[in-house]
Design a binder for this molecule. Sequence first.
Ligand code: NAD
Ligand code: DAU
Length: 369
Amino acid sequence: MRALNNVLVTGGSGFIGSNFIRFLLEKTPEFSGRVINLDVLTYAGNPKNLQDLEEKSERYFFERGDICDRPFVESLFTKYDIDTVVHFAAESHVDRSILEPGAFIKTNVTGTFTLLDASRNYWAASDGARKDGSSLPDMRQDVLFHHVSTDEVFGSLGETGYFTETTPYAPRSPYSASKAAGDHLAMAYHHTYGLPITLTNCSNNYGPYQFPEKLIPLMILNMAEGKPLPVYGDGKNIRDWLYVEDHNAAVWTVMRNGKAGETYNIGGENEWENITLLDALIDIVSEKAGLDAEKIRSNVTFVKDRPGHDRRYAIDCSKIKSELGWKQNVSFEQGLENTVDWYLSNTLWIESVRSGEYRRWMEKNYGGR
Ligand code: NAD
Ligand code: DAU
């Protein structure tokens, strides 16, 4: 089991990263180290996500900066003597990657490369040249770079079958192609330089603090506000949903016990067609918000399909279950209830993320939808 002390979390002000930091500082008594959150705060990063921790935890540090900024990244390794990186920072929304792919290549490819190379540099063992006489220094093995990735790198499934750790990569959007490039770089740094890397590919997450451009929070808020509910194509695309805290527990399990050089798939074993999920969500929101379910249903609007829209994702996560003992803990029913409660009661957070750049971008591209 690895001892992790000074953990650099990238993208810790976003959806999964902020939930991860909260999990690490509040729910892992076995961890007594420091957490350094490196986040540039794009439209998707919100310092409010962790404001309470900033005030009450002496083990939490926030550093605003870009993962592509090599000198800044290097200064953090030195300042905090980083021994662990868990890399969440990314441009993460498929629709945006179709409209503005450049930012995805920069952050997800160049940013990942910058972090890997800074890690390689800082973690090179100080005892000089390799024993075989070549010029590369030995790599410390008491450190870890954990790369957080997505099941979208595997492409699209038909009606049957599952993504496993050996499924060939076949990304189909600029987002998934940029994530695939990051994954390949991470594994290349393991094989070439001996950098201790673990990598996880996870299915669709949902839960508190998810930016309301993604399906579940967008639909909850549109339902509550009586707005149209835009369903892409025929609504029969399938996603495998996992509560964010279950994802983070899996990441932590891999960081502690996963084998360097290995990848692990994480999923909910919880497949839903978008349209069926929407139906279930309407029932929960209408009941909790005291609204008429049929009136909300009348707002379902089939819109033009997402270009290259992957039909089905489904994860086989038997490896992480059997080898590392992880399992999902939150049922979909419970997770959706928590999520709806959270979005209906956190209006200040919603206002803060919807103001500024996000609102302008939505108006430009979708006329404020
Ligand atoms: P998010 O968009 O909510 O958050 C991304 C965070 O990264 C934001 O805080 C943003 O400010 C920060 N960031 C972006 N560019 C940066 C840069 N250049 N330098 C520093 N910080 C930067 O994303 P998320 O949904 O929390 O996803 C986190 C990670 O998990 C991503 O790597 C994503 O590919 C992966 N993932 C997401 C899901 C999902 O369902 N959301 C599923 C599987 C894997
Ligand atoms: O599978 C993991 C991936 O899940 C992550 O890597 C991505 O970061 C994350 O954004 C998510 O990607 P998706 O494209 O699956 O998520 P999104 O919430 O954008 O869409 C979910 C499904 O709902 C998809 O089939 C498209 C559909 N959809 C989405 C939106 C926003 C709609 O029908 N209408 C919508 O308005």
